[in-house]
Ligand binder design. Structure first.
Ligand code: FES
Length: 175
């Protein structure tokens, strides 16, 4: 006996092949069409909010601290030097409160001098932060974020980049 197919088996084999490959091709085509349909639901335009925000001209910031509720940000000014600390609690995102110290303290933070004027506390679950944003008590797992500041070349406004965290040694000093 040989394995050769008898001539009368040929139509049945063709039918099986057709079913096998035909169904495979059909499933593949449906999958490609489905993927294309799903992709068409995703717009090519990004609607993410911009991460850089103009905050105003530097001279309008008071010496000390200014809270910006829209950005949930504290901007500190000492003469011509600025830094910005997030007001978003690192526990569950409540807005922390700044509490003025009885008197400013001079500290060294990450090797650079920093005048501390406020501590921070969270009204939600009681986390407390030092004047440079370090978490000291409560459930907050990490320090408050510091954000990059620069000056817009267009109009001289202070600009914060809320997607760009910086170290606690960051300072923007203007000429
Ligand atoms: S959200 Fe601030 S302590 Fe929980």
């Amino acid at each position: 006996m040989t394995d050769e197919k008898k001539p009368e088996d040929a139509p049945a084999t063709k039918r099986r092949d057709f079913l096998k490959y035909g169904i495979g091709a059909g499933v593949g085509a449906v999958a490609v069409q489905g993927a294309a349909s799903l992709r068409s639901l995703v717009p090519n335009v990004s609607y993410d909010a911009p991460t850089t925000v103009k905050l105003g001209v530097p001279d309008e910031f008071p010496d000390g601290l200014k809270f910006l509720p829209d950005e949930r940000l504290f901007v500190f000014r000492e003469g011509r030097t600025f830094h910005a600390i997030s007001a978003v609690c690192t526990h569950l995102g409540c807005t922390v409160r700044a509490e003025a110290m009885p008197a400013p303290q001079q500290a060294t933070v990450e090797g650079k001098p920093l005048r501390l004027t406020h501590n921070f506390s969270c009204p939600c679950h009681g986390s407390r932060y030092t004047g440079d944003g370090g978490n000291v008590s409560g459930p907050a797992p990490k320090p408050l974020a510091w954000y990059h500041l620069t000056v817009s070349p267009d109009d001289g406004q202070l600009v914060v980049d809320l997607a760009r965290e910086v170290g606690h040694d960051f300072r923007l000093t203007l000429a």
